[in-house]
Design a protein around this ligand. Structure first.
Ligand code: ADP
Length: 472
């Protein structure tokens, strides 16, 4: 089959979170299964753009409201990623340093989707599936079916994956003119609660809808930021498929972003060397259990309670564990964490910002990875932690529930808790300290066991193929 993934992110071209990881890995695994999977995404000014060679494959133009814009499509020449990646360049709109966070994000991503559809409609042959990811590509299934200019795409089946239903890309109806002309009586497909809602629109228009874990699919029926009823009514065409990880990139035996490579035989010494480097860099104690947090500092990840939870954990357990935080997001949380690091110098440290290399060293060098998430559609961090022999400490929600088993249960290898609150976190920190200090054999067994769990994309990539085939 020929599959076209359309996404705002794809690692290593551009990544802000898990979406980038997924779109950077799934096509590779689908190609390995004998299919042809490609990625189409916006052209931002990222390092990857400048460090690689590109060829021009198409130039075109389209209307965005009253404005005519030109676009160009370029393709990476050497198939470096294991699949073809195409970037759509729209001068002045997409070619910025950051992926998101601009006042005109609505215009940027609507223009991207129009350009993508315009380009697809010029193809002589048609792909078997167009697979769209998250709300930045959520209008594509609608445009393909109902916008006059793209009528030739109406018969191509579409799949839409919800990576995160919190963000829906709402567009006020006063900007209706951005959507290319369509059959007017279809306006209801765009609308949810008096707003143009790209996520809701994709759920209505796509042939199949997926979420990134089975548990998240269930949870969305009850908590989906206002679109619960829609998800419940479209349930029959929806399915949860657990994300995998790119086991070639996230491999402690080969990862060149860490200090010492190791496999499950050498996990103890390997992790110790990485931990020594990490604790040295951040002024922490190599002999104490090291608990890390990696992620966006936002409410979904329960980052707002981290400062209080860490303070209480340090006091309650008499400084028995050290903490290291890597992330950025909410200013208030960033400031509180910075203040905490000064207050609890030697016990807590932070790196506020985005740092891919440091994240790898942290997965390798930490003993525990804390994820108190309020919402976690799948979560990749805990799967990276497992692969690197780092015990995940997770709240029982979404994909965390599907991938982590508490060590109190038969063959469990993680720490689970129920509430995103200070007490549950501090209690779990106590269990982590006890495991590290007093149950060394069990801890070692857990490390080896979790490193052997296969969370690669092999199985899930095939599940997506089965889903596409059901639409042919
Ligand atoms: P989400 O997509 O909701 O942010 P996921 O767990 O699905 O969460 O994916 C997060 C990905 O982003 C992981 O690869 C994680 O290592 C990475 N990441 C998040 N924040 C940072 C950061 N500040 N520096 C480096 N990597 C980060």
């Amino acid at each position: 089959m020929e599959i076209i993934h359309v996404s705002a992110e794809c690692y290593p071209v551009a990544k802000a979170g898990g979406l980038g990881d997924v779109v950077g890995a799934l096509p590779k695994y689908q190609n390995d299964l004998g299919h042809i999977a490609k990625v189409v995404m916006p052209m931002y000014r990222t390092k990857f753009l400048y460090q690689n060679d590109w060829e021009l494959v198409h130039e075109g133009g389209q209307q965005l409201g009253e404005h005519w814009f030109k676009y160009a499509v370029i393709k990476e020449k050497t198939n470096q990623l294991g699949f073809d990646v195409y970037l759509i360049d729209i001068n002045g709109l997409l070619d910025r340093e950051k992926i998101y966070g601009y006042d005109d994000d609505t215009e940027r991503f609507v223009a991207f989707q129009i350009a993508a559809c315009d380009w697809f409609s010029k193809w002589q042959h048609k792909p078997d599936i167009i697979h769209c990811h998250d709300h930045h590509t959520g209008l594509i299934p609608f445009m393909m079916q109902y916008c006059h200019a793209f009528n030739s795409l109406a018969a191509i089946p579409t799949v839409f994956t919800i990576h995160n239903a919190q963000y829906q890309g709402w567009i006020d109806w006063s900007k209706y003119y951005l959507i290319p002309p369509y059959d007017n009586w279809k306006w209801g497909m765009l609308d949810w609660k008096n707003t143009i809602n790209p996520l809701a629109c994709a759920i209505k228009c796509a042939g199949r809808v997926t979420t990134v874990s089975p548990s998240y699919m269930e949870e969305l029926k009850y908590a989906a930021n206002g679109i619960e009823n829609l998800l419940a009514s479209e349930y029959s065409k929806s399915i949860g498929i657990l994300n995998g990880i790119d086991a070639q990139i996230w491999d402690p035996a080969k990862d060149n972003l860490i200090i010492k490579n190791y496999d499950d035989h050498l996990v103890k010494e390997g992790k110790r060397k990485n931990k020594k480097e990490l604790t040295g860099m951040f002024g922490l104690d190599v002999d104490k259990p090291l608990i890390v947090f990696i992620g966006r500092l936002v409410g979904e990840k329960a980052a707002d309670i981290l400062p209080d939870a860490i303070r209480q954990s340090v006091y309650q357990h008499h400084g028995g564990a050290n903490f290291l935080i890597l992330g950025s997001g909410d200013n208030e949380v960033e400031n509180k964490l910075e203040a905490l690091k000064h207050q609890l110098n030697g016990y807590v440290n932070t790196y506020i910002g985005y740092h891919e290399g440091l994240s790898h060293l942290m997965y390798a060098g930490a003993d525990f990875l804390l994820m108190p998430s309020r919402v976690e559609p799948c979560g990749l961090n805990q799967m990276y932690a497992l692969r690197y022999g780092t015990v995940p400490m997770v709240r029982s929600t979404g994909g965390l529930k599907d991938t982590v088993k508490d060590f109190g249960d038969w063959q469990g290898y993680g720490i689970r808790f129920n509430h995103a609150d200070v007490n549950d976190i501090s209690y779990s920190v106590g269990r982590a300290i006890d495991l590290y200090n007093n149950k060394k054999d069990l801890h070692n067994w857990m490390r080896i066991y979790m490193m052997g769990i296969d969370h690669s994309w092999d199985a899930s990539a095939q599940e997506y193929i089965n889903l596409y085939q059901s639409l042919q």
